[in-house]
Design a protein around this ligand. Structure first.
Ligand code: DC
Length: 221
């Protein structure tokens, strides 16, 4: 049986997007980064309102939002919100600080899940996020829960941020990651959780190449 629909969930900084991108490329599947979609909502909220942001403001911003995911010539994900390319803007610390609050709002999740299920209809897709195996695609052909220790995840995120030219403080990044895990795991609607039928993959002591090979084998077995 071909595993046409793959769901990868896990906490912040576990390497989901790096790995998902590589797996999708190798298999020639479409990669759908659902975190980018929640980030796009948070970006729009910040365009329209000044922090502290209320739930009412988040709901107002998401009403007529239109999010498009596409790929440039180098296979890099491009994110468009109502016609504006926000690929770079959705990775700023301001957006990261707001995104868990935005992702906890029911109306936001309803809208994103609907968009995500539509994108998955075409098959040969790999979708990553927090609730893909548990909520968005409960019938996925393969579900993986990718995780790593908080220290390792903070180190990986720090490296990524440094490469992008941000001044980094690993302890602060670790504290932010733990706070985001808490918020994502304890929210009422679709919290981050391993689906019962997901395969747990702890990548703390694995190289990217090892993780890649392990997942490709899971798809092909
Ligand atoms: O994967 P990421 O760090 O880009 O995700 C950003 C936030 O979006 C994360 O803190 C939780 C939220 N998210 C979610 O609630 N559900 C998803 N399917 C994907 C992301």
């Amino acid at each position: 049986m071909t595993k046409s629909v793959i769901a990868i969930d896990g906490p912040a900084g576990a390497g989901k997007s790096t790995i998902s991108k590589m797996v999708a490329k190798q298999l020639k599947y479409i990669y759908i980064d659902t975190g980018a979609m929640y980030r796009a909502v948070a970006w729009r909220v910040l365009q329209e309102y000044k922090p502290p942001i209320s739930t009412k403001q988040i709901i107002a911003s998401v009403q007529d939002i239109d999010i498009k995911l596409s790929y440039d010539d180098n296979q890099n994900l491009q994110v468009e919100t109502n016609g504006t390319n926000v690929t770079t803007e959705i990775r700023t610390p301001q957006v990261t600080a707001l995104v868990s609050q935005v992702a906890a709002v029911g109306q936001v999740r309803e809208k994103m899940v609907e968009l995500q299920r539509n994108m998955a209809k075409q098959g040969k897709i790999l979708m990553d996020g927090r609730d893909i195996g548990t909520c968005v695609l409960p019938n996925a052909d393969l579900k993986i829960y990718l995780t790593a220790s908080a220290d390792e995840r903070a180190n990986r995120r720090a490296k990524q941020m440094a490469q992008k030219g941000y001044n980094i403080d690993v302890e602060k990044i670790k504290a932010d990651i733990i706070a985001r895990d808490e918020a994502d795991m304890n929210r009422e609607i679709s919290p981050l959780k391993k689906a019962d039928d997901a395969i747990l993959l702890d990548t703390t002591d694995m190289t990217i190449d090892e993780v890649l090979k392990t997942i490709i084998k899971m798809v092909q077995d």
